[in-house]
Write a protein that binds this ligand. Structure first.
Ligand SMILES: NC(=O)c1ccc[n+]([C@@H]2O[C@H](COP(=O)([O-])OP(=O)(O)OC[C@H]3O[C@@H](n4cnc5c(N)ncnc54)[C@H](OP(=O)(O)O)[C@@H]3O)[C@@H](O)[C@H]2O)c1
Length: 286
């Protein structure tokens, strides 16, 4: 029985990255759909759940991606609404790599150390990766704030985090590097999850901090999201802090993403979202 993955992407063009990793994770064939929303996904889900016998349904799975978390979550809800009794297939939710990237980053930060009671600031945290990273840092016991350029946008992200996870994350408006520098004062952890190729903090703004312990940057496209953090940094000491670059946890992210795809085809009723993917990440981090 061929392992079929249906890639539902809220963006007009479905993610090529997710497509490649889907194959590398073990799918035999991937059908990638762009422009998916909560209204048009229903018929596709019916095609996935009604076509194979009960024991063979585990060979069909759904992946939900795209750049807009709120739209992606609405698609996930619409997909789940179509399921009933044994008429269901496994689903992975990973809008813009939100879960796999944030889980890899936070699992790496928390590996061998406690984050409980630390203050963490997620710079550019209103996007998919930042929102999930904020949740996971809070779940590790940190007090978390996210920054963005406009308060209403950051507050909306914090509100959706609270609605989905019941976690309170503080919203900070910080449109300039100077304001982001002020936002990290007194924090022990800073993680940059801003858009690719945007520098959110300069080296001189963090190198002399007396409180910062962990400095991490998710941005893989030059220039760095946090100046002075190298792409491949992994537990690298510098200026008395420990640094993590995008590729420093990127290998774990890719391995995690592939492992999750592989698990989709082991049963027909798995849901892989933040909680489940983080649990898998914790078993893979070394
Ligand atoms: N290492 C890995 O394995 C891996 C995997 C996936 C993604 N990534 C990287 O992770 C990062 C986060 O991904 P994402 O999809 O969550 O990002 P995103 O949605 O593209 O952007 C995140 C936030 O950046 C802010 N932003 C956008 N343009 C900006 C500008 N010109 N100046 C300052 N802030 C700006 C926006 O927040 P406001 O509008 O609220 O300011 C936005 O919500 C990206 O750099 C991505 O490339 C890394």
């Amino acid at each position: 029985m061929k392992k079929l993955l249906y890639q539902f992407d809220t963006d007009a063009l479905p993610s090529l990255f997710d497509n490649v990793v889907g194959y590398d994770g073990g799918a035999d064939h991937i059908s990638a759909y762009g422009g998916i929303d909560a209204r048009n996904v229903g018929g596709l889900v019916e095609g996935a759940i009604f076509t194979r016998g009960i024991k063979d349904k585990k060979s069909t799975a759904i992946f939900i991606g795209g750049g807009n978390m709120a739209e992606g979550e609405a698609v996930l809800a619409a997909v789940r609404k179509k399921f009933f009794e044994k008429f269901r297939v496994s689903v992975m939710f990973d809008c813009n790599g939100c879960n796999t990237t944030a889980c890899a980053a936070v699992a790496r930060l928390a590996h061998g150390r406690s984050l409980a009671g630390k203050r963490a600031v997620v710079l550019g945290g209103s996007g998919p990766v930042g929102q999930r990273a904020a949740v996971l840092l809070a779940r590790e016991g940190a007090e978390v704030a996210i920054t963005g350029r406009k308060l209403d946008v950051v507050q909306a992200a914090c509100d959706s985090i609270h609605a989905r996870f019941g976690i309170v994350v503080r919203a900070v408006e910080a449109p300039t590097n100077a304001e982001r520098g002020a936002a990290v004062e007194g924090a022990q952890i800073v993680l940059a999850t801003g858009a690719a190729g945007i520098t959110l903090l300069q080296e001189k703004q963090w190198q002399d901090s007396a409180t910062l312990e962990l400095v991490a940057d998710a941005n893989a496209s030059p220039p760095a999201g946090i100046e002075g953090v190298g792409l491949n940094d992994r537990d690298l000491p510098k200026h008395g802090k420990i640094l993590f670059g995008s590729l420093g946890f990127g290998a774990l992210k890719l391995a995690l993403h592939r492992a999750c795809i592989s698990r989709l085809f082991e049963q027909n009723d798995l849901l892989l979202d933040a909680e489940e993917i983080y649990a898998i990440a914790k078993t893979m981090v070394d």
